[in-house]
Design a protein around this ligand. Sequence first.
Ligand code: UD1
Ligand code: MG
Length: 467
Amino acid sequence: MTVSTSLSRTETLSLFSLSAACVGIIANTFQGDGEPLIASIAFSGIAYASTYALIRWLGDVFMRAGLKGRDMSKTRTDEIPETMGAVCAVVYLLIIIVFIPFPFYKDIVMATSGGGNRDLVLEVQHVETGRLLHRFPHSKLSSYLSAILSIQSVVLLGVGDDLFDIRWRHKLFIPAFAAIPMLIVYFVDFGVTQIVIPTPLRSYFGALFDLGWLYYAYMAAISIFCPNSINIFAGINGIEVSQSLVIASLICLNDALYLSPFTEYPHPATDSHLFSLYLLLPFIGVSLALWAHNWYPARVFVGDTYCYFAGMIFAVVGIQGHFSKTLLLLFMPQIFNFIYSAPQLFHIVPCPRHRLPKFNARTGLLECSTAEFRKPLSPLVSAVMRLMHRLRLLRIVENDAGQITESTNFTIINLWLVWFGPMREDRLAIGLLTMQTIVGLVGLFIRHRLALWVFTADNLHYTYSSA
Ligand code: UD1
Ligand code: MG
């Protein structure tokens, strides 16, 4: 299969009509109050169309720049463009930068002419002395800008990694630096470092427990975890983009629960959930365009750039939207994969450069990939691995002397193959994604329904009576 670099007639026509319709919708929002949510949806349509076209046009350019990779799970040996996440990230950043005035349209009008009355002529010294500008929600703007800054920094890391293959132990901590702008805004604006204690434990700790600086460490840890956990749950066509799309859609679903048809009165958390939607909708737009090219059989690879970019967006919306625990519920498969991978990540057992499943060219199916152990493993590690083997959490091969010489790689993707046997790449991806969607939906259900068992109130059903 050759990679076609131009758009077909139908594609050009559909992308063009989509963009034209979206531009029309955006122009229309100026008639009313700016309607930021509608504008955001329209911007996401433009993001989709532009990313789709650019991925196609820039494929060759990326290949010439050396950004390419071989699909290890196919019989063909030619290379395809990699780092297409960079295209997504650039389109995304441009779109959310252009979008900045929209959520603030009402405030700008109010702040500049008073009471939303646009035909009132203001004397310039009133504006400049800030007498009216104080109404402008600077804190909301700084959240938005710091989010952009954090995402942008992590994209730089991702591109650097795709170009130079940065060592794991170095790249692990870079997202923590990228998170600093966002954490400072959190400190200045919100500064809440207390956590609500579940009811059964209240007699020991009280209702609230102040984590202090540990809360910032926790948020930095989330910023490190989200990007990296997506990058290690990778290696089969479409899995990186699809898992990000599932997480993004579930967060949007959770955000929607806080908006008007679902809550009776303006909910106090409406603004932070709108903020999350403004950041996620264009992300879904660019990701769908990438998905169309990265799903089995992949025509492009997403690169580490995409994994970091996606993970950082989730960290940013989770932290600034004040729902980091709900976010972690939606990261269950990634958390499992990380814990399961830990022995290899921390080199307790050897870790090959690639842990993606092994392609069997004869059957066309993917099989578990394995790590070989030349040196004998310590008795404790061997014992644990034998137990895991018996529990079907791993598959090991022992030699005549009873030493473990080989085991399947410690990833959730390989574990799926241990459980369900060899399968085609797309069926493997669909299986894992279905599991992820079900786990996420159950997580959200637990979050909103069963949370009342351990907490006195679920913040979705907010009441004005004091807690
Ligand atoms: C992470 C994983 C590694 C996995 C790799 C695959 C850890 C610690 N690292 O490394 O085990 O093998 O991702 O993405 O868990 N590729 C395919 N098919 C795909 C996607 C990627 O063959 O669907 C190959 C291509 O050759 C591509 C390369 O993987 O060029 C990309 O690997 P890279 O993202 O650089 O690996 P890491 O993120 O370092
Ligand atoms: Mg990667």
